[in-house]
Design a protein. Structure first.
Length: 120
C-alpha cells in the first residue's frame, strides 16, 4: 500500500465524516465508531483499493470504488448496523436499496482522487 494514498484517504475520511456529523447525515452508535470507520474503511480498505487501482483508467477506478462502496453500505444497512441514516433517508434517498446505492456509488470518488497523493 502507498502511504501517501492512505493518508489521502484518511484526509478524505476526516472531511467527509466531519461534514456528515455536522449535518447529521448519518449517526454512529456508539459515536466512537466514526473514528474506527475513518481508520479502517477510509484508511485501510479504500487506501488499499486506491493503491491497487491507481494505474487503472479513471472509469475502472471509479467503478471499483463504487462497487466496494455499495457492498459496504449494503453490509452496514442489512447486517452490521454500525451507523444509521435518520428516518431511513439521506437527502432525497429513502429506503435501504436507495441508500445502499446512493451512499455507495460516491465511494468511487476515493480511488479517483487519492492517486494524486502518490509519488512515482
Amino acid at each position: 500500500m502507498n502511504l501517501r494514498i492512505i493518508i489521502g484517504c484518511l484526509i478524505l475520511g476526516v472531511i467527509t465524516e466531519g461534514l456528515a456529523y455536522r449535518q447529521k447525515l448519518w449517526v454512529f452508535d456508539p459515536p466512537w465508531l466514526r473514528l474506527v470507520s475513518i481508520a479502517v474503511v477510509y484508511g485501510l480498505l479504500f487506501g488499499w483499493l486506491s493503491t491497487a487501482v491507481a494505474d487503472y483508467p479513471p472509469l475502472l477506478r471509479f467503478a471499483a470504488g463504487a462497487l466496494a462502496g455499495v457492498l459496504y453500505e449494503a453490509a452496514n444497512l442489512f447486517l452490521l448496523h454500525l451507523f444509521s441514516f435518520p428516518n431511513q433517508r439521506l437527502l432525497f434517498l429513502r429506503g435501504p436499496i436507495a441508500l445502499a446505492l446512493g451512499a455507495g456509488i460516491p465511494w468511487g470518488i476515493a480511488p479517483l482522487l487519492t492517486p494524486v497523493f502518490r509519488v512515482s
